[in-house]
Write a protein that binds this ligand. Structure first.
Ligand SMILES: [Mg+2]
Length: 184
């Protein structure tokens, strides 16, 4: 499976929760598959989905799911010790690890070579780290939500992209409706 197929699989689970989605194609795909006011699409700042999601989880009680990529986590590797040391049991980091920088043309990342983000997350002190294959992402995500424990999920999948439009919604609108969803 490729990332867009995983997002399609887990969209019914994501719908009920606050979601911070990685810049580029992941956000475009989620927007196309199931646009929701509870989705915060990042239109800038590669690497910060996990950081923004952690901050949001620490600031309020609703479950927050950050959807990130292997390339983005590698870009902001300091995020994993920060997550490990700032416990928020309403926070789930879902790393869709396709071993490539998908949004820039599928150049390979080190996560697709020698570096295991699962091992890195554990070494950083993250206590609940699970690695799953693409088709098992939905059950793993639901289990993480139900556990009410901060969880890092590394979902291994194939690299590959679909053709789809950019998000034309004004960033101010994305932010405003998301803030309303957080407060409601
Ligand atoms: Mg990737």
């Amino acid at each position: 499976m490729i990332r867009s197929e995983i997002l399609r699989d887990i969209a019914p689970i994501l719908r009920d929760h606050l979601v911070v989605c990685n810049i580029g194609l992941p956000s475009q795909e989620l927007h196309m598959i199931d646009d929701q006011p509870t989705n915060f699409y990042m239109l800038g700042t590669m690497g910060l989905s996990s950081s923004i999601g952690l901050g949001l989880a620490l600031a309020q009680p609703k479950t927050v799911i950050s959807i990130d990529g292997d390339g983005s986590v590698l870009t902001n590797l300091g995020t994993l010790p920060t997550i490990a040391n700032n416990l928020a049991d309403n926070y789930i980091l879902l790393i869709i690890d396709n071993g490539s920088y998908g949004s820039t043309g599928d150049q390979p990342t080190y996560a697709g070579k020698k570096t295991s983000l699962t091992a890195v997350a554990k070494a950083c002190g993250c206590e609940n780290v699970v690695e799953v294959q693409d088709k098992d992402c939905g059950p793993a995500l639901q289990a993480a939500i139900d556990s009410k424990k901060m969880t890092v999920i590394v979902c291994k999948c194939d690299s590959g992209n679909i053709k789809l439009p950019v998000i034309t919604m004004d960033p101010v609108v994305i932010r405003h409706r998301f803030m309303q969803a957080v407060a409601s």
